[in-house]
Design a protein around this ligand. Structure first.
Ligand SMILES: Cc1cc2nc3c(=O)[nH]c(=O)nc-3n(C[C@H](O)[C@H](O)[C@H](O)COP(=O)(O)O)c2cc1C
Length: 107
């Protein structure tokens, strides 16, 4: 899986996470992040590369939004919150070194 100019990195699998269509959003966004992160952690534990993909929003911003929601079997009152791309990366990434200057240790 690599970008090659493709929005979704040619990923063979894409998970769409639905979220309630409320406004303003509150705890739903925390739940959304937890779900996305759990998908990533589970995938990584299985050796599957993954990428949170907020740009999926473009698919639901146009005239095909309702068609996509129907095909993905979103319940009424739900919209796409985020997607996670799954596959095998072309390149090996290295974990980032945490910037400890941004962490406050107390005690
Ligand atoms: C909410 C959210 C949405 C994101 N959307 C995209 C996206 O649409 N496309 C993309 O390439 N990266 C997106 N990213 C960034 C990647 O998921 C990833 O965090 C970034 O590429 C850094 O990866 P690295 O830590 O392995 O370097 C998003 C990250 C978050 C947290």
């Amino acid at each position: 899986m690599g970008a090659d100019g493709k929005l979704f990195y040619n990923a063979p699998c894409m998970v769409f996470i639905a979220i309630k269509e409320t406004s303003p959003k509150g705890a739903e966004l925390i739940d959304l992040g937890i779900v996305a992160q759990n998908i990533s952690l589970a995938a990584s534990s299985l050796g599957i590369d993954n990428c949170h993909c907020g740009l999926v929003a473009f698919c639901f911003a146009g005239g095909k939004a309702e068609e996509f929601k129907r095909k993905l079997k979103f319940e009424d009152g739900y919209e796409c919150g985020l997607s996670v791309l799954l596959g095998y990366g072309k390149n090996e990434g290295m974990p980032h070194t945490p910037d400890k200057s941004k962490i406050t240790f107390i005690g």
